[in-house]
Unconditional design. Sequence first.
Length: 457
Amino acid sequence: MSVESVDTSALQILDESLKILAEGFDDLPEHKSIFDSEALGNVMRQLAVQMQDNFPYHHPLYAGQMLKPPHPVARLAYMLSLSINPNNHALDGGRASSRLEKEAVAEIAKMYGWEKHLAHLTSGGTMANLEALWVANQLHPDKTIVASEQAHYTHERICGVLQIPYKSIETDHLGRMDIAALETVLKEKNIGTVVVTLGTTATGSVDPLPEILKLKDKYGFRIHVDSAYGGYFVLVQNLDKHAAASFSEVSKADSIVVDPHKHGLQPYGCGCVLFKDPSVGAIYKHDSPYTYFSSDELHLGEISLECSRPGSAAAALWATQKLLPLVKGGAFATNLEKSREAAIKLHALLKKDDRFLTPFAPELDIVIYAPRAAKASECSKLSQRIFKLAAERNLHLALANLPRKLLEPNFTGIEWDQDKMTCLRSCLMKPEHLDWIDQIFSILSQCVNDVRQIEVA
């Protein structure tokens, strides 16, 4: 699977689509862009060489960070739209792409069971979460926002930027928010919003949403679901019982964040924030002396903190969802289930191999593991060496520094001479990973053997 086989095979489709787009402007006087094709070609060739200094994110042997190649339809749609380069702030800047954005986010809302909603795209999960927490604070000013210790660091940072009180909640031995610890804080503090993470960044853990909803009935806080990574797993039918129960209740949240540029097959940056109650749009209300006069329809800039936003992102998302609808049992969901199955398979291979430690079974498609050693410090060193050696053999993994209290209940026979352990981490985001797990494990296994031989020598 080369970059060439992915990208160039569809350029004829793009060429045909560009000609159709051009037909919409046939009534204009002829106009040609002026550029030096020789100079352009020279720069592009230089760029191609520069871009070789990258990990092979598109290949199944890249099993490290949360990096998933966009679908060819998303790339083609984005490139086609760039011929116009629409701006989805106001309808003046992007009539068609604004309509496509509204349709695309409505499909995402429908995926969560929401017909009525207020939603729009953002530059990514950070901005989407910022908007959700900003709205939450406007509705419950000066109340504390809480999230688990394993929640993305952006929540605490956003609260710092917005000057909102923030509290971190302890997690259990599976990386999920601890319900008892949450209730203790609810009794002691004035909590306005609980951030529920469905797919933590480090371990892919899923917070217990059903239990948190019960506490909401008792204490009356808002629930914001951060599913930037895991949001599309609501369509997956091979989750374990706990994760399936949490995703089945997502429709009861007050706001949701999901990143189409992760599992949604989109180029960076494409995030999405959704609110269950459309009336929160009034919080965004502002006047512009020059922007919103071309139409009485809703301008997306009226319900967004960001101003200029790429209409091309909306076009790419719309096209992808047309080709791969967001429905259970469809091609999109089936491919996501393959990623989940790949994680289950890799975890099973690791678990039955005495050379490895595995803290818990994956809930989504992220697998955490470490080479077995007598001490936590030795496990960390071995993880780092395996990480480097595997990369030399074209298997690219990731590292995660995880706390002792998360790992100790599951890592038996280890002397804890430090408070954290560096573990290996694999995000198996590509459906192709399922067919490559045996090869991935074979390389990983050989790396473990070779590293141990070096240690002995």
